[in-house]
Design a protein around this ligand. Structure first.
Ligand code: DC
Length: 225
């Protein structure tokens, strides 16, 4: 029995994790932590060094990179050595870099430690790839969110377009499939559903329907714990 609850949301890129986790956290009055943003910030750091694919350099750099997560007016912002990189990390090049550096065990160790520290003692909704399996193994509720690759690529295209950073659908789909492959095939904490995760396929659900379903599951799980 604990008086705080934690909700773990995992799944592949574009399944709607951040949109839905954010809305769920708001509905539950909990903190929302987007863990992918932390890997993205470090991916950007390594991109700028031109060493994303150099695993030894990645492992060395993660030891003392200055990554900070702050909440400004309730919204999560990411800082690299004091520079606000919240917007700079939302481009396809950084998505791929984040996926690549996240396969290095030392990177995962540091990020998981940071994530646990940020969430300590708080009601939290956290999303990522290894939340239910690694970061919060005792989470009150674990949800594995999926949607077809085509639907996820369509959503990501729309998101990029709204930001004025449109990319061709075929390219987005290709990148998504490659990133899924990298994230599920790495040796260290690959993306996989926790044994006790509830699977939710959002392909045919609106955001509102998905959030309502997750809120119902969360209320039930919190009521029992
Ligand atoms: O959720 P996202 O697309 O912002 O994540 C970017 C990359 O970071 C993703 O391709 C894999 C990695 N990641 C991870 O390995 N573990 C997490 N908990 C979150 C993200």
């Amino acid at each position: 029995m604990s008086n705080v609850f934690s909700i773990a949301i995992d799944g592949p890129a574009g399944a709607g994790k951040s949109t839905m986790a954010k809305a769920l956290a708001k509905a539950l009055g909990a903190m929302y932590l987007d863990t992918g943003a932390m890997y993205r910030a470090f991916g950007l750091f390594m991109l700028r060094k031109g060493a994303v694919n150099d695993a030894a350099a990645v492992a060395k750099c993660v030891e003392d990179v200055d990554i900070a997560v702050r909440f400004v007016d309730g919204a999560q912002r990411l800082y690299l050595s004091g520079e606000d990189v919240t917007d700079a990390i939302r481009v396809p090049e950084v998505s791929m870099a984040a996926s690549t550096v996240s396969a290095v065990p030392q990177v995962r160790e540091r990020m998981v430690a940071l994530q646990r520290k940020i969430a300590e003692g708080q009601n939290v909704v956290m999303d990522g790839r290894d939340i239910g399996t690694k970061v919060l193994p005792n989470a009150t509720l674990k949800i594995y969110l999926t949607a077809s690759a085509e639907e996820r690529a369509r959503r990501r295209c729309k998101e990029l377009e709204e930001k004025g950073k449109a990319e061709p659908y075929e390219q987005v789909l290709r990148d998504m499939i490659q990133r899924d492959y990298q994230d599920t095939h790495r040796a260290a904490s690959p993306l996989q559903p926790a044994e006790d995760a509830v699977h939710v396929d959002t392909s045919d659900l609106t955001i509102e329907e998905s959030v309502a379903l997750m809120k119902k599951m969360a209320d039930e799980a919190i009521g029992k714990h």
